[in-house]
Design a protein around this ligand. Structure first.
Ligand code: PMP
Length: 367
């Protein structure tokens, strides 16, 4: 969709990347490190300073204690962290449970690892995760559950009741929880992101994955991490060793600096993004879309049935080509029987860009 957006000079509300870079101080810290520090392979599990800063972050926000020496691995983006975790814990012949609609990289990674994928399909408009659905999908054969909260593409932030159900069901199995928490700080309307790892009994079986790209609006840096109990992290580190081995040291230095000094940026991003969500939501509503609730992330999902009978993918193709606005059909994030009347817009864009997209949609839909 991004390629089509370029081809048609469309406003790209498809792909979820901010169109403003994170703080210059962070980029300067990385630039300084690039010039004044070693550019050779850093330690395999990541710079000690960065691992220390990550442990302090987990303690500060979730009361979770991780030993930086043995319980944290820095990776080349959350994508690599996910890959290492899935390769480590969902080998050939095992079962992985995904929650649909799900971020598009989980399934191909699990399949490449040789695992069989089972899905829990959440139902619109509330997309709630229930204990019944968990029990139907998670069996004694389950090796791993991938839990993404705040959730891309639908902007759910799983609440205490839903996470308690996950904990109850998992505790009856040997499965590992692979928690993709890259949007941990992007939660709106006073909500709180809850970490499954902080629930009783869960720390020993949970891998928490994060991304500096999302935290500091530096998605191109691809600095991520995974943290968990030492016996789990030992296995993840082995996979990481043969995937990328390390992550550029200057970028790690920049993110260590960011975690130590720039969390105000991250915490402020929240209010700013919430306002942009509201701008997009109000504009879409006026045009006849029916936006669903968005509790977190960069993404707003809208029902298109009042505007068209087409499937979501056809409508998105028409919008990018004819209206000059790119969005993503939600069905791209689901398997099997799926609703095909929702599309996803990214609002991590400048206000002027969102306004321009709304103007183009209005001109097109009025025609
Ligand atoms: N998980 C989710 C849910 C995401 O939305 C993304 C980025 N779009 C990633 C993981 C990948 O993060 P990174 O860029 O750090 O690899």
């Amino acid at each position: 969709m991004s390629a089509l957006a370029n081809q048609h000079s469309a406003v790209n509300l498809g792909q979820g990347f901010p169109d403003e870079d994170g703080p210059e101080a962070i980029r300067q810290a990385a630039a300084n490190a690039l010039i004044t520090e070693s550019n050779q392979y850093p330690p395999m599990r990541g710079l000690a300073d960065l691992r220390g800063a990550l442990a302090a972050h987990a303690q500060r926000f979730y009361g979770l204690t991780y030993d930086p020496a043995t319980e944290i691995v820095v990776t080349s983006g959350a994508t690599e962290a996910l890959t290492a975790a899935i390769l480590a814990f969902a080998p050939k012949g095992s079962e992985v449970v995904l929650i649909d609609p799900s971020y598009d990289s989980y399934r191909p990674i699990a399949e490449a690892s040789g695992a069989t994928v089972r899905t829990i399909a959440l139902a619109p408009p509330d997309w709630r995760l229930t204990e019944d659905a968990l029990r139907r999908a998670i069996t004694p054969n389950t090796a791993a559950l991938v839990l993404n909260t705040p959730m891309n593409p639908i902007g759910r932030v799983f609440d205490a009741e839903e996470l308690a159900a996950v904990a109850r069901v998992l505790s009856e199995t040997d499965a590992v929880a692979i928690c993709d928490e890259v949007y941990e700080h992007l939660v709106f309307d006073g909500r709180q992101h809850l970490a499954l790892a902080a629930l009783p009994g869960m720390a020993a079986r949970t891998l928490r994955i994060g991304s500096a790209g999302k935290m500091f609006s530096l998605t191109g840096w691809k600095v991520g991490w995974v943290m968990g109990a030492a016996p789990l992290i030992d296995v993840v580190a082995k996979a990481h060793q043969f995937l990328t081995f390390t992550t550029p040291p200057a970028l790690q230095r920049g993110i260590a600096f960011a975690l130590e000094t720039q969390m105000d940026f991250t915490l402020g991003l929240n209010a700013d993004l919430q306002a942009r969500r509201d701008l997009l939501k109000a504009g879409l509503t006026q045009l006849g879309f029916q936006p669903l609730a968005c509790e977190g992330t960069y993404f707003l999902t809208a029902d298109i049935r009042a505007l068209t009978n087409e499937p979501d993918s056809d409508f998105c193709l028409r919008l990018v080509r004819e209206a000059g606005v790119a969005a993503i059909p939600l069905s791209a994030f689901m398997q099997g029987a799926k609703p095909d009347h929702f599309i996803r817009f990214a609002f991590c864009k400048k206000r002027a860009v969102i306004a321009e997209a709304l103007e183009r949609l209005e001109a097109y839909l009025k025609r």
